[in-house]
Design a protein around this ligand. Structure first.
Ligand SMILES: NC(=O)c1ccc[n+]([C@@H]2O[C@H](COP(=O)([O-])OP(=O)(O)OC[C@H]3O[C@@H](n4cnc5c(N)ncnc54)[C@H](OP(=O)(O)O)[C@@H]3O)[C@@H](O)[C@H]2O)c1
Length: 239
C-alpha cells in the first residue's frame, strides 16, 4: 500500500471531480473511478490525466471491484455516489432497469464497501452522506433511507470509516443545473442568516450550504486524519 493513495468512486460528480483535482494538486496518487460505459470516459481520462490522476474504469460488479481494489490497495476509498430523481427516471428508461436511490446510493456504495472490506490492509472508507440522516430507520424518504442504510452498514462493518454529512452542495459548474437545489440553498442560507442574528447559530452552522470545493477540501483533510476514523462529521464541522 502506498501511503495515502486514494480511490475515488463518484469522481465525475460535482464533489468528486474537485476531490480528484485537489488530491492531484497535493501530489497524492489518485485513482478516479469512472464507469466504463460513461459516454464521457475519454473526456474524463483527458481531464483527470491533465491533473495527474489515473482513471480506473472497473465495472460496477462486486467481483471485478474486489479484484481491482486488491491490486490497487488504496489507503483511502471515497464513496461520493448518488443519483437524483430526474437522472434515475432517465436512466431507468434508457437501460430498461430500475435505477433509484436504493440501487445507486445504497446498492453501489454497499458493493464498494463489501469489496473494500476484503482487502488485506483495510482502507479508510469515507462516505458522503447527508445532513439530517436520523439515528432510527427513516420511513417516508427513500433518499434518507438509502443513506441511513449505508451508515448502518458502515457502523457495523469491519473497516475504519468516516461518515460526512454535508448540507446543500452548491458551487458553480454542475453538469445539470438543479434549480431546486440552488433556490433551496439560497432560501435556506437567507433564513439561516436571520436565525443566526436571532440566536440560532448552531442551526445556522449546521444547515448552511457549502461548495463542492470547500467540501472536497474538507474530505481530503478528514480522510487523511487518523483521528477522524470511526467518526461522523456533521456539516458544521466541515468548514
Ligand atoms: N447535492 C447536494 O446538495 C447534496 C447534499 C448532501 C449530500 N449529497 C450527496 O453527496 C453525494 C455527492 O453529491 P454530488 O452533488 O457531488 O453528486 P453528483 O454531482 O450528482 O455526482 C454523482 C456521482 O454518482 C455517479 N452516478 C450517478 N448515477 C450512477 C449510476 N447509475 N451508476 C454509476 N454511477 C452513478 C455519477 O457518475 P456519472 O458521472 O458516470 O453519472 C457521479 O460520479 C451524493 O450521494 C449526494 O446525494 C448531495
Amino acid at each position: 500500500m502506498t501511503a495515502d493513495n486514494l480511490f475515488i468512486a463518484g469522481a465525475t460528480g460535482h464533489t468528486g471531480r474537485e476531490l480528484v483535482r485537489l488530491a492531484s494538486e497535493a501530489k497524492l496518487p489518485t485513482l478516479a473511478h469512472v464507469r466504463p460505459d460513461s459516454p464521457k470516459l475519454d473526456e474524463w481520462r483527458d481531464l483527470f490525466g491533465s491533473y495527474g490522476a489515473t482513471v480506473n474504469d472497473t465495472p460496477w460488479n462486486e467481483e471485478a471491484l474486489r479484484s481491482s481494489l486488491r491490486s490497487l490497495a488504496p489507503a483511502i476509498v471515497f464513496a461520493l455516489l448518488g443519483t437524483t430523481r430526474t437522472r434515475a427516471k432517465r436512466e431507468s428508461t434508457t437501460h430498461g432497469t430500475t435505477i433509484n436511490y436504493e440501487a445507486i446510493d445504497y446498492g453501489l456504495t454497499a458493493m464498494l464497501f463489501r469489496a473494500a472490506s476484503t482487502l488485506p490492509q483495510p482502507p479508510r472508507f469515507v462516505y458522503l452522506s447527508s445532513t439530517g440522516v436520523p439515528a432510527d430507520e427513516p420511513q417516508p424518504s427513500s433518499y434518507m433511507h438509502a443513506r441511513w442504510k449505508v451508515e448502518q452498514l458502515l457502523l457495523a462493518g469491519p473497516l475504519p470509516y468516516t461518515i460526512v454529512r454535508p448540507s446543500f452542495i452548491a458551487g458553480p459548474g454542475r453538469d445539470e443545473p438543479r434549480a431546486g437545489e440552488r433556490v433551496g440553498a439560497l432560501l435556506i442560507d437567507g433564513a439561516l442568516s436571520v436565525a443566526a442574528v436571532l440566536g440560532g447559530r448552531r442551526l445556522s452552522r449546521r444547515y448552511r450550504s457549502t461548495t463542492n470545493t470547500a467540501l472536497a477540501t474538507a474530505l481530503l483533510r478528514i480522510g487523511r486524519d487518523p483521528s477522524m476514523s470511526r467518526r461522523i462529521v456533521e456539516s458544521e464541522d466541515l468548514r
